[in-house]
Design a protein around this ligand. Sequence first.
Ligand code: FMN
Length: 347
Amino acid sequence: MLPWFQNDAFPIYLAPMAGVTDMVFRSLCKELGADVVVTEFVSAEGIMQRDDRTRHYTDFDDAQRPLGVQLFGADGIRMGEAARKIIDWKQPDFIDINFGCPVNKVVSKNGGSSLLKDCPLLTSVARDVVKSVPIPVTAKMRIGWDAQTINAVTVAKLLEDTGIQAITVHGRTRAQGYSGLADWDVIAQVADAVKIPVIGNGDICSGADVEVRRAQTNVRGVMIGRAAMANPWVFQEAKHYLKTGKHAEPATIEQRFALMRRHCEMAIPRSTRGGEFEVIRSMRSRLMSYTRSIPAGKYLRGRFTHIGSLMELDDILADYYVHRESHMARQENGDHEEASLSEIADD
Ligand SMILES: Cc1cc2nc3c(=O)[nH]c(=O)nc-3n(C[C@H](O)[C@H](O)[C@H](O)COP(=O)(O)O)c2cc1C
């Protein structure tokens, strides 16, 4: 049993998200209550070629433990070799295999969710990785390739037989991408069908959502993705709710702005792709995600479109307060802004 499930703990995972869950964001979410974090997916071939950028994606520090490195690929032997290289280098707590990625670049090479269409290959990939590494292996999957071929229960049983120690189920098919709602009925069926822990994933935005899923299914933990991009406090809010049954006070605007600045400041020295301008430019969409939980966030998003320095960030955040006054006045006249998770994935 993975230690973070022992004693009926109900861990809240930060979802792996390519381009998002880098070293800095993982650290911030961990500080804000994420129990387990997973790197964004990396290609087994990238690791084998000792690609520096791939290594950079899998870097972490001890404060982030327990941490899993997520691998994708279609050749279990090569993936096992890649996993061993990572283990020699950094000793993560577990390896997670991606059976959910919908992206064409991955699917066309038989990786990610395409393995859901080929159960013998999926099983051999999982078995080969489990056999090759001295640390636990987990898997993350979607519920099926499309609505006609939902096979999550079958796949989960096969994975359990290979020695996989926990399975995260994102309640959408590959065909859905991020549209529609996650199907928690299928997640519940998977949780009932296997003995290893199942982590439920899809559309969780608050402590109340976590509580409902915990009460209505046999999942042993949940994983949160897009909601954390907008509101990384979601982890501590969820824990507060699970403990007290009450909603925590949401983070203040000042706390949110401080986090945005800190995120940028932490990212600059870690950059492998240039100085302050390049880093802040590459963070535009991340900054925009943070605005999704801020009133009058549209104003900030507009300004972040061109941002290129910490000084500009300070100016924009200072100007925000002035803008907010007029926004409040407009709101009183019925002009509302709404944010949704699908917008976050689209940023
Ligand atoms: C920008 C982005 C990148 C993602 N990258 C990965 C990834 O590298 N590996 C993975 O298993 N899932 C990836 N996902 C899927 C998420 O881990 C998660 O399953 C999905 O967002 C549903 O959870 P949510 O509703 O809490 O966001 C990604 C999702 C997003 C929005």
